[in-house]
Design a protein around this ligand. Structure first.
Ligand code: SF4
Length: 217
């Protein structure tokens, strides 16, 4: 009988995409409200959030890559943050490059502006814990697929981290292992933007991905 619905339904990938697009639209409108109230544009707000997660600073090219925007556009956003006293340019670790760092005021604003998607967190909170972990795992897989197609920049996710060992443990609730923390963890703990993330070499990333994506928790 399900064949009747197969025949009269749009492919599921299209309906999931339509749902994500609806959520994206709501996020965009809230982002304008949240960022506007804080006196920064949404791009500047996103830059603040990323710099907040990089206590040792970040180079402009890296920031532009993570925001998925051109270097000149990122430079404009950073110049504005510097003029507002929210960020500073300091010598990088090699002394030849420039690292972008938040000032105390920038850190404070980043902490306040990252609360704006709380409305969505409350909606996600209405899911069962298992559903939340499944959703997080599915989001990681979709974001990784987008990365592999070059549609989103590289993120500091567990699935590309040299410390990540997927399905290293028999424990179904915590099958993965983080060698940085040296502890097991489950899908519900997967990071999308981890400050301790270190990029695994390309061939290691491919095998990590195969092990992670090819086996359900
Ligand atoms: S260091 Fe961070 S990104 Fe890497 S495996 Fe551990 S928790 Fe995940």
């Amino acid at each position: 009988m399900a064949a009747i619905f197969d025949a009269i339904s749009e492919p599921i990938a299209r309906r999931v995409t339509a749902g994500l697009a609806k959520i994206g639209g709501v996020l965009r409108s809230h982002a304008w409200k949240g960022a506007g109230a804080a006196g920064v544009t949404p791009t500047q707000g996103q830059a603040l959030g990323l710099l907040r997660e990089a206590p040792d600073g970040m180079r402009l090219a890296e920031l532009a890559g993570m925001l998925g925007i051109s270097a000149p556009t990122a430079s404009e956003a950073v110049t504005s943050l510097v003029q507002k006293g929210l960020a500073v340019k300091a010598p990088g670790p090699d002394r030849r490059s420039i690292a972008l760092l938040l000032t105390a005021a920038g850190e404070d604003l980043a902490d306040r502006t990252r609360d704006w998607p709380d409305f969505l967190a409350q909606a996600v909170d209405s899911l069962e814990p298992r559903e939340q972990a499944d959703l997080l795992r599915c989001l990681v897989k979709v974001i990784r697929a987008l990365q592999l197609h070059g549609d989103v920049p590289q993120q500091r996710m567990c699935v590309t981290c040299r410390y990540f060992h997927p399905f290293a443990h028999a424990d179904g609730a915590a099958p993965h292992h983080c060698a940085y923390v040296d502890a097991p963890f489950g899908d519900r703990h997967l990071r999308l933007a981890c400050a301790e993330h270190e990029e695994a070499p390309a061939d290691a990333q491919a095998s990590l991905w195969q092990r992670f994506a090819g086996k359900a928790a």
